[in-house]
Design a protein around this ligand. Structure first.
Ligand SMILES: Cc1cc2nc3c(=O)[nH]c(=O)nc-3n(C[C@H](O)[C@H](O)[C@H](O)COP(=O)(O)O)c2cc1C
Length: 383
């Protein structure tokens, strides 16, 4: 039955509407919301409108090539599923469902430090595909080293170091909703949850916790995310600490949460294989520059020394085209696949990816540039 509903989602915005109808309000808003006045959240999307496409005609577009190389591995689409905390709260075993949908679509999946399922559970339930592990800098160094060993042992190929969460951004919607893990049974929350029986049925079957920290004494009881972050994450971590982590890891790594060309260069000097231009989907520092507006300067600074991944506000195939024309090698999506996951589990994530695939294929044909990797700034006009 969910399949029929998903078939009627023709855009990512349609999937968002379905997610809104399925999730309790506090959970929908945890996904949807951003920091402060949510200016950056909005501009991540609207700043794609600074550029328009300049189609070429008289080009053979009979066959289109949507593929991309992403940190040394070919991907069928220029897309990655972004690390997103608590995916198992939106759909039972949400992390594994998303990882399986990514593998089926031939793209990488990045697991969050703050997943519901542990990294071992996700690897066991979604054995195929290119899996990355996202790490936050933790105060407890032995705990962090153990996570690195576990990720390596479970087959995660790339380490994604998220650097833009020294402290948690002020997310007013979560404060108003008193959003905690596990959900604290306030009267309003109980009423909202009771109004979403399909979600509740799944929730009752699947316990929600921070699976990677299960054995850690500091993580227990009702915690809002800000308390979780304050208890575990290290706001003192600087480039020396970052160097120690990547040396311990020893494998390919990328850094996420960079907006400044100088920081991008620091990361490249450390050996980062890719720089993820991102403001955490507008969830951290409101009024920071949008990801797409920050992209050209980072591309100019990094050149061909590392790959560039754009993260934030990507909602349509034409956004992928603009990102490539501005110099990104691929894009990450967060909310778009979470809306799909919330609307219809693994099929919903597959639907989100199919929408991007169709829109991108159509866009490449109509822009007259059949090979995604060969798009460049001649396909763009500034507004
Ligand atoms: C519900 C949610 C949870 C997130 N959790 C994490 C996380 O645990 N680690 C991380 O690096 N980024 C996290 N992010 C940020 C995403 O990785 C990504 O940067 C952001 O969603 C991109 O913007 P978009 O949602 O507009 O695609 C989260 C985002 C959302 C929406």
């Amino acid at each position: 039955m969910s399949t029929n509903r998903l078939d009627r989602a023709y855009s990512i915005a349609d999937l968002r509407k379905q997610a809104r109808r399925r999730l309790p309000r506090a959970i929908f808003e945890f996904i949807d919301g951003g920091a402060g006045g949510e200016t950056t959240l909005a501009e991540n999307c609207s700043d794609f409108g600074r550029w328009r496409l300049v189609p070429r005609v008289g080009v053979d577009v009979g066959r289109r090539d949507l593929s991309a190389m992403i940190v040394g591995v070919p991907a069928a689409l220029p897309l990655l599923l972004a690390p997103t905390g608590l995916a198992g709260l939106y759909s039972p075993q949400g992390e594994a469902k998303a990882a399986r949908a990514a593998a089926a679509a031939g793209i990488p999946f990045c697991l969050s430090t703050n997943s519901v399922a542990s990294l071992e559970e996700v690897a066991a339930q979604a054995p195929g595909g290119d899996k990355w592990f996202q790490l936050y800098m933790l105060k407890d160094r032995p705990l962090m080293w153990a996570l690195l060993d576990r990720a390596r042992g479970a087959g995660y190929r790339v380490l994604c170091l998220t650097l833009d969460l020294a402290v948690q951004g002020r997310r007013e919607r979560d404060m108003r909703n008193a959003f905690t893990v596990p959900l604290r049974p306030r009267l309003r929350t109980v009423l909202e949850v009771a109004a979403r029986p399909a979600w509740l049925a799944g929730f009752l079957r699947a316990p929600v916790r921070f699976g990677n920290f299960e054995q850690h004494a500091g993580v227990s009881g009702f915690m809002n995310i800000a308390q979780h972050v304050a208890s575990l994450f290290d706001p003192t971590a600087d480039w020396t600490a970052i160097r120690e982590v990547v040396e311990r890891w020893g494998g390919p790594f990328v850094v996420k949460g960079v907006l400044s060309p100088d920081d991008a260069l620091r990361a490249v000097e450390l050996g980062a294989r890719a720089v993820i231009v991102s403001n955490h989907g507008g969830r951290q520092l409101d009024q920071s520059v949008s990801a797409v507006a920050a992209l050209p300067a980072v591309v100019a600074a990094v050149g061909s020394r590392a790959q560039i991944i754009l993260d934030g506000g990507v909602r349509r195939g034409v956004d992928l085209i603009k990102a490539r024309a501005l110099g990104a090698d691929a894009c990450m999506i967060g909310r778009p696949f979470l809306w799909g996951l919330s609307a219809g589990g693994e099929d919903g994530v597959a639907r989100a990816l199919a929408i991007f695939r169709d829109e991108l294929d159509n866009g490449l044909a109509l822009v007259g540039a059949p090979i995604y990797a060969e798009l460049d700034e001649t396909n763009l006009a500034c507004r």
